[in-house]
Design a protein around this ligand. Structure first.
Ligand code: ADP
Length: 437
């Protein structure tokens, strides 16, 4: 029955009752009492149907219960409600099935999956997450994760995880195990956390850094001896006018390459130290003006006859919290690169400033520039835009990797803007917490 026909049916029923009341009233010569009686009977009947409807709804609750027998419009109402109820309960079953399947499949995962609300309180987690983080269902449900897993790195990550790389923390349950945690924000700020046991990968990583550090260390001493002898030979050759020119040239090349190897080993050692050690907790307040001025003096010396114009813009009282040696190493790599990849007479600007978001060190040059396709990979070890160009400038291919690691240890990051022939701009970003105002 459609809504219009129900309306007609209802009106018809009322009119019919009134007509019946009128007829009976006329027969007994009591029109108004007759009408009143008919209406009262009709209201009583409707009231009874309403009570049956209410009883049925109360009894049914969440289940599907056959509606009471009824005819006419009331029967139609009972059937419609029953149909809606059946539709809802079918949809509910379907949803429950999907949820069960999702929960079963995530429970079978070896990686931990946790769901937390916008405040970081745990709503649900799978078996692996419970094991890896030592969580207990249902006691820990509704508790903030940071109360259950006490780790400052995790607390910082939970507070501000947007766009950040996953973090690694020590397992709160198994000693010596490493966990990787990645957070994805969804819906109204809810969080989905993925937890992986990366102990094996971590172990391999440690073995790799140790290997590189040990090899570099072992190579350092023989190389120092070779360099020493090459220098002595060079002095002897310089003093002997009868030395064939080809011999002096060969010796010069040997010295150059030996020095390059020394620089490479120093950079490798520095890089493995940056990777292998935790950043110092009690970092110092570093005064930037003298640090940058020293780097700029060295850059001018490096430029030599090429006469680059190197400028520094930095307020006298600018400071940043960090490790002075590491910062010096990162900044000098950027400034020396600017000099090395800028033709003679070019301009290099080094500028420090800060705002409400943090501090910035910019190194800009008007040199050869870099094709944007290379920029995402530039901070990888030994990644070179142009091998021959880099070899000509005596680079080790590790400079920008060192910069990236130093900045990571200072909770910072680097952005690079460059175009071939238009120069390059490298900006080191430091968070506000590192800026001493
Ligand atoms: P390298 O020791 O070879 O300079 P880096 O890691 O310092 O290694 O730099 C990686 C590559 O990035 C370099 O080979 C060079 O091609 C490019 N590059 C770095 N800085 C600049 C710059 N200021 N201008 C142009 N190219 C640059």
């Amino acid at each position: 029955m459609t809504t219009t026909s129900i309306r007609y049916w209802l009106t018809g029923r009322v009119l019919l009752t009134l007509a019946a009341g009128l007829v009976v009233g006329c027969l007994v010569d009591q029109i108004f009492p007759g009408l009143f009686l008919a209406l009262a009977l009709y209201t009583l009947w409707s009231h009874r149907q309403l009570c049956r409807l209410l009883d049925w709804l109360n009894q049914a609750g969440d289940q599907e219960l056959e509606p009471p027998e009824s005819s006419g419009v009331w029967g139609e109402i009972f059937d419609s409600i029953y149909r809606i109820q059946s539709r809802h309960s079918r949809a509910k079953k379907r949803l429950a099935n999907v949820i069960d399947r999702v929960q079963e499949s995530t429970a079978a995962l070896n990686d931990g999956v946790l769901m937390a609300d916008a405040h970081g309180c745990l709503e649900w987690w799978n078996r692996a997450a419970g094991e890896l983080l030592g969580l207990h269902m249902p006691d820990d449900q509704g508790q903030p994760l940071t109360n259950l897993v006490r780790n400052p790195k995790l607390a910082r990550y939970m507070e501000n995880s947007t766009g950040k790389e996953p973090i690694k923390i020590d397992s709160p349950v198994y000693e010596g195990r490493q966990l990787q945690i990645a957070i994805t924000i969804y819906g109204q700020g809810s969080r989905l956390l993925l937890v992986r046991d990366v102990s094996r990968l971590h172990q391999l990583e440690i073995m790799r850094t140790d290997f590189v550090a040990n090899v570099s260390h072992e190579l350092r001493t023989p190389l120092t001896v070779i360099c020493g002898y090459l220098e002595t030979l060079g002095d002897a050759v310089a003093m002997n006018p009868e030395t064939p020119p080809a011999f002096s040239r060969a010796l010069g090349r040997m010295q150059e390459q030996a020095e390059r190897m020394q620089r490479l080993i120093e950079d490798l050692l520095l890089l493995s130290r940056l990777e292998a050690t935790e950043p110092e907790r009690s970092s110092q307040v570093v005064s930037l003006k003298p640090l940058l001025a020293g780097i700029i003096d060295d850059a001018r010396a490096l430029s030599g006859e090429k006469q680059h114009r190197v400028h520094l813009e930095c307020a006298d009282n600018s400071t940043v919290q960090g490790e002075p040696m590491e910062l010096r190493s990162a900044f000098s790599n950027l400034v020396y690169n600017a000099v090395r990849y800028t033709p003679a007479g070019g301009e290099v600007v080094v500028k420090w400033w800060h705002d409400q978001q943090g501090g910035y060190l910019m190194v800009r040059d008007d040199g050869v520039g870099i094709d944007p396709v290379h920029i995402p990979r530039l901070t990888e070890r030994f990644y070179r835009v142009d091998k021959s160009r880099s070899q000509m400038t005596g680079g080790t291919g590790l400079g920008l990797a060192i910069v990236k690691h130093v900045l990571l240890r200072h909770e910072g990051w680097i952005t690079i803007r460059s175009h071939p022939g238009k120069g390059s701009e490298f900006v080191c970003h430091f968070p506000l917490t590192r800026i001493v105002l």
